[in-house]
Design a protein around this ligand. Structure first.
Ligand SMILES: [Fe+2]
Length: 237
């Protein structure tokens, strides 16, 4: 995170570091879970961007976008964010506003021009069925396609108010199942290489809040199932 903060201060408006710290603090005040999710996403995003050998300035923009992609959830009521059960259609409509809310908040602050499109489009799906703008394939910014994969992975492997985490191996299978529909297949392949410790980047150190460090191996032998949750889709919001 330090590199990201330093780079933001160098590349954006004066005071960028303070702005980023302030935004991260706001996220933490609103929801410690969202803040922890953002920090893990930034770690995964950097490793994945390096694995894909993206240019250095793009890696920095993706890292900052991964930290702030859910900033707009600050405007979503806790009754929806923390609801311990399935959301109604109306509540889903509110939740699906958060990429636009994140985009609007950062646009008003200024200094985040490289980050804005990545944040706005982090829920677009490769087949065009995502939101907010229904972009598809290469029309989705590459950083947003990357964030969608690591966002889904972290959501599946973390406890949420309405369900328990699933094991890393099951989450990896879900990424594969949704590759080509929800996710960019090239991004999924690169992330699986990192998970298996075969990638260009250092292997990720995966932890689940309040639980033991969790490993992942290519043969899927990563311990007993944590729960019986069977996702119909890797969709996360
Ligand atoms: Fe999101």
């Amino acid at each position: 995170m330090d590199v990201t903060v330093k780079t933001l201060a160098r590349d954006n408006a004066p005071g960028g570091t303070e702005v980023l710290h302030g935004l991260l603090r706001l996220q933490a005040i609103k929801s410690r879970g969202t803040a922890a999710h953002a920090a893990r996403c930034a770690q995964y995003a950097r490793a994945l961007a390096e694995q894909l050998r993206l240019p250095a300035d793009e890696i920095e923009a993706i890292s900052v976008a991964a930290l702030l992609h859910d900033l707009g959830k600050i405007e979503i009521p806790d009754s929806i964010l923390q609801k311990p059960g399935p959301l109604t259609e109306k509540e889903w409509q509110s939740m699906r506003q958060h990429p636009v809310l994140s985009h609007r908040a950062l646009a008003q602050l200024g200094g985040f021009s490289d980050v804005l499109p990545l944040v706005r489009h982090h829920h677009e799906r490769f087949d065009g069925s995502g939101y907010p703008d229904g972009l598809s394939g290469e029309g989705i910014p590459s950083g947003s396609r990357l964030i969608l994969v690591i966002d889904a992975f972290d959501a599946m492997t973390s406890d949420r108010p309405y369900r328990r985490a699933i094991p890393v191996a099951d989450a990896a299978k879900e990424l594969v199942r949704c590759s080509g529909s929800q996710f960019d297949p090239r991004v999924v392949r690169a992330f699986l290489l990192i998970l298996c410790g075969l990638g260009h980047s250092r292997p990720l150190v995966l932890t689940r809040p309040g639980a033991r460090p969790e490993g992942f191996s290519a043969n899927g032998d990563d311990g007993p199932l944590a729960d019986t949750w069977e996702p119909q889709s890797a969709q996360v919001v």
